[in-house]
Design a protein around this ligand. Sequence first.
Ligand code: UDP
Length: 235
Amino acid sequence: MKFNRILLKLSGEALMGERQYGIDPVRLAEYAKDIKAITDAGIQVAIVIGGGNIFRGVSGASNGMDRVQGDHMGMLATVINGLALQSALEDADIPTRLQTAIKINEVAEPFIRRKAMRHLEKGRVVIFGGGTGNPYFTTDSAAVLRAIEIEADVILKGTRVDGIYTADPEKDSSAVKYENISFDDVLKKGLKVMDTTAFTLSQENKLPIIVFDMNTKGNLLKVVSGHNIGTQVTI
Ligand code: UDP
């Protein structure tokens, strides 16, 4: 295996599957199977889950809602997704803990770095919910922050696109995929990998990012085994 400890970032929208809103249990079960394949291979797995399938603070704000209030709702949405993912992983016989950045003690553990690392060492998948716990941030920033804190080898950003392209491949058919690209080139070319706060935090801490298509069965195992699918962003 190429990596020992990974942080998998899944967007909330990824959990919708073919739906327009909410959580698709079939998609969750497929993800659980893929995650099981890598835990069975001995990989330590932490997951940061987004909330965009339920609520985003910015959309609330564009409809006149206070931004901070909306962001609190968004963070709670990530906890709902975290609970759903925890259920799906447990159905697949994967021991799992959910730790949240906002305390909800009856529902999940609070985020405690040392505890999280201990869970990982014991082979438990740790899901981080609640983003960073602060408004005006995204779950991409939470993913980078947690990955650095737990000393993950890499961030795997599972998306529905199979990598980083010269242009948006869903809009421009002439777009070409990069196999590897540097942080500097992503910034110079104005390519969209993560929001700038998350991206520069990753760059400053020399944490590589791999963007890959999570919706193709078996891809997650291929990525952690070192297959060159997706795009790797390195220093
Ligand atoms: N959020 C936040 N602080 C964080 C992480 C998330 O306030 O540290 C809120 C924010 O409103 C965001 C929402 O939670 O829009 C859902 O997260 P995100 O948009 O990153 O989810 P994704 O796009 O990955 O589904």
